[in-house]
Design a protein around this ligand. Structure first.
Ligand code: IMP
Ligand code: MG
Length: 183
C-alpha cells in the first residue's frame, strides 16, 4: 500500500519508499565492506524486520545466510516492558558465526539489548546490530548499534514492517498516524 491508499489515516510521511531504498542501499554497501573477509549470518527479528531484511539482503553484493527469530517484548499497549520471551528461536548454531541482527526499530532498546546478550551467549565470533530506525530520545539502555538507517523523533511510526494493532505493516513507506486512528 502507498500513501494514497491510507491518506485518511495518515498524519505524515516520514520516509518515502525511495528514501528508504536509498538508505538501505547505503547500509548494504557498508555491510559488504565490513564483512568482505567474513561470512555473515543475518538474523531478522519477526515480524517487523521482514521488509528491511528482504530489501537489505537483496541490496548486498555478498553471500549471506539468513535466519529468523520472533520475540515478544510488549505485555500490552505500546510501552516496552523489558520482559522478553522467545516465540521462535533460530535454526542456526551460532558457534563461531558472525551474526548481524536486523531490526525495524529501536525504541527503548530493551528488546535488542536482551537479544544481543542472548545471542552472544551462544558462542558466536561477533554480534552486531543493523536497524532501519532508532528513537534516541526513547533509549532506556545503552546499546551499541553499528548500522542505523535513520534516527527519528520519539513518536509512534508505522509502515515498512511496523504495525499498529497488526495493521499498516504493508505500507511501502514509514509514517505517523492521525490521532483519530488511536481512538
Ligand atoms: P524496544 O524494546 O522498546 O526497543 O521496542 C522494540 C519493539 O517495539 C520494536 O521491534 C517494534 O516491534 C516495537 N515498536 C517500538 N516502537 C515502535 C513504533 O513506533 N511503531 C511500531 N512498533 C514499534
Ligand atoms: Mg521489531
Amino acid at each position: 500500500m502507498d500513501s494514497q491508499d491510507v491518506q485518511a489515516d495518515l498524519k505524515h510521511v516520514l520516509y518515502s519508499k525511495q528514501e528508504i531504498q536509498q538508505r538501505v542501499a547505503e547500509l548494504a554497501a557498508a555491510i559488504d565492506e565490513d564483512y568482505r573477509d567474513r561470512e555473515v549470518l543475518i538474523v531478522g527479528v519477526l515480524k517487523g524486520a521482514v521488509m528491511v531484511m528482504a530489501d537489505l539482503a537483496r541490496a548486498l553484493h555478498s553471500h549471506v545466510s539468513m535466519d529468523w527469530m520472533a520475540v515478544s517484548s510488549y505485555g500490552s499497549g505500546t510501552q516496552s516492558s523489558g520482559v522478553v520471551r522467545i516465540l521462535k528461536d533460530l535454526e542456526t548454531d551460532l558457534m563461531g558465526k558472525n551474526v548481524l541482527i536486523v531490526e525495524d526499530i529501536i525504541d527503548s532498546g530493551l528488546t535488542l539489548s536482551w537479544l544481543k546478550a542472548n545471542l552472544e551467549s551462544r558462542g558466536p565470533a561477533s554480534v552486531e546490530i543493523c536497524t532501519l530506525l532508532r528513537k534516541p530520545e526513547a533509549a532506556k539502555v545503552e546499546i551499541d548499534v553499528k548500522y542505523v538507517g535513520f534516527d527519528i523523533p520519539n513518536e509512534f511510526v508505522v509502515g515498512y514492517g511496523l504495525d499498529f494493532a497488526e495493521k499498516y505493516r504493508n505500507l511501502d513507506f514509514v509514517g505517523t498516524l492521525a490521532p483519530h486512528v488511536y481512538e
